[in-house]
Write a protein that binds this ligand. Sequence first.
Ligand code: ATP
Ligand code: MG
Ligand code: MG
Ligand code: MG
Length: 478
Amino acid sequence: MQTHEIRRRFLDHFVKAAHTEVPSASLILDDPNLLFVNAGMVQFVPFFLGQQTPPYPRATSVQKCVRTLDIENVGITTRHNTFFQMAGNFSFGDYFKRDAIKHAWSLLTSGVDDGGYGFDPERIWVTVYLDDDEARDIWRDEVGVPESRIQRRGMADNYWSMGIPGPCGPCSEIYFDRGPEFGAEGGPEADEDRYIEIWNLVFMQNERGLGISKDNFEILGPLPKQNIDTGMGVERVAFLLQGVDNVYETDLVRPVIAKAEELSGRKYGADHDDDVRFRVIADHARTAAMLIADGVNPGNDGRGYVLRRLLRRIVRSAKLLGADKPSMREFITVVRDTMAPSYPVLDTDFGRIETVAVGEETAFLKTLTSGSKLFEGAAESVKASGKSTIGGEQAFALHDTYGFPIDLTLEMAAEAGLTVDEEGFRALMAEQRQRAKDDAQARKHAHADLTVYKELLDRGPTEFTGFHELVSEAHVLA
Ligand code: ATP
Ligand code: MG
Ligand code: MG
Ligand code: MG
C-alpha cells in the first residue's frame, strides 16, 4: 500500500468515527521553546491544557514532524526518519481508553478491502503502563490480544507528560513483530528492531505537579476531563506493509536512493557504509525540502542551523559516494515528485526551495574543494617525512580555517593510508572553545566567518550537540 493511501485511510477511518479532519500545522510554530513540531498533538496543546475550548470534541490529522533527536539514528536503525508524518486521533474530554484502543485495532487489522491496513493480528504486540490494568483488560478481554503479547513498561516508555505541571497519563503502544529472522523472541521490551513500534496511544487522565525530572514527578490526581492523544507513524506502517527493510526504502523515500545510485554510479545494498550514505541522502533531502517549504533558511543557529547541517550532510554523503557533480537539484526534484501529491507546496514553491537548497550546496562544495587541497598538502608532507599520522594542528587548521569536518579528515586520511592525531585535535578544539567563551569579542569575529563548525564551537554547546558526523564515530562536538 502506497504511503499516500496509508494517510488517506487513516483520516477516512476517523472521519467515519465522527472526528473532524484538521490539516497539519506548519513545522514551525511561533514558540521559541519548540524547534520543530515533533508530534501530532502539538497544535492541540491549548485544548489539552484547558486554555482554549476546542471547536470539536474529536479531531484527526496527519501532522508533519521533524525530530532532530533522531538524526543520529538515520540510516542506521530501520525506523527513524528526521521528517515523518504522524497520523493521530484526538479526543478532548470525549471518548477515552476503550474507544481509542478499539479504533486503533480496527484500522490496523481490518482487511485491505474494508478500508484497513490488514495487519495480521497474531503478530501484534502491545505495551501498557505498569499499573494500567484497565488498558490491559481492554486489550486482553475485549480485543482478544493474549496476555503473552501484552508487556508492561515503566515511566520512561509508557507514561506521558509534557515535562511541566499539567495533564499526564499512561500510554499503550502497539508493535508489529517482523519475525524471527529479525531478532530473538521477547517482545518490544527485548528488541525494538524486530518489534517495530507503530502507534502510541496516550491516555491523559491525571494532573501532574512539579517534578525533579521528566520521568519523576508527583501525580496530583485525576483530571476533570480525560483526553486521548495518539500518534501513528505513517512511514512505519508503509515500511511494514510494503515488505521493505526500513523506512528509507518505502515508496516516497526510495526514489531518492535510486537517484543517488544513478548519480554516483554505486549500488545500494553493496556496502554498509555506502548504504548509510544513501539512506542519509534520501531522508535528509526530504526533510530539507519540507523545512524550506515551511520557511526555514540555512543559518548559523536554531532552525537554520539544523537545515544547514542536513543540506551539508547530503552534499558530503553524495561526495563520499563518489558523485563528482552537484546533485542537490536532482535530489530535491525527486522529493517534489514523490511528496507533492500530499504536499502541493513542494510543487508551487519549487523554485524557491530549489534555490535555497542548491545555494547551500554550492557554498559547501567550495569549502570542500579548498579544504581538500590543504588536506592533500598535509598528507603529502606527512608521507614525505616517513610518518603516518596527520598532526592534531593540521586537522585543527583544516577545521578552523576551511570548516572541514573532522570526520571527513579522518575518512580521507584512512583512504590515504594515514591516521589522524584525534586527541591532539580535540585538545585544540577544547582550547578554542575555552578562549571563545572567555572572549565576547572573539565570538563576534567568529560569527562573521561563514564556517558553521567554527561558529558552533564559539557558541558553545547547543541543543544539537548529539549530532554525530556521518559514519565515523568521531564528531566535532565530542
Ligand atoms: P521510537 O521508540 O521508535 O523512537 P517513539 O516512542 O519516540 O518511537 P512516539 O513519540 O511515541 O515515538 O511517536 C508516535 C509514533 O510516531 C511512533 O509510534 C512511531 O510510529 C512514529 N515515529 C516516532 N519517531 C519517528 C521517526 N523518527 N521516524 C518515523 N516515525 C516515527
Ligand atoms: Mg523515539
Ligand atoms: Mg518508543
Ligand atoms: Mg512511543
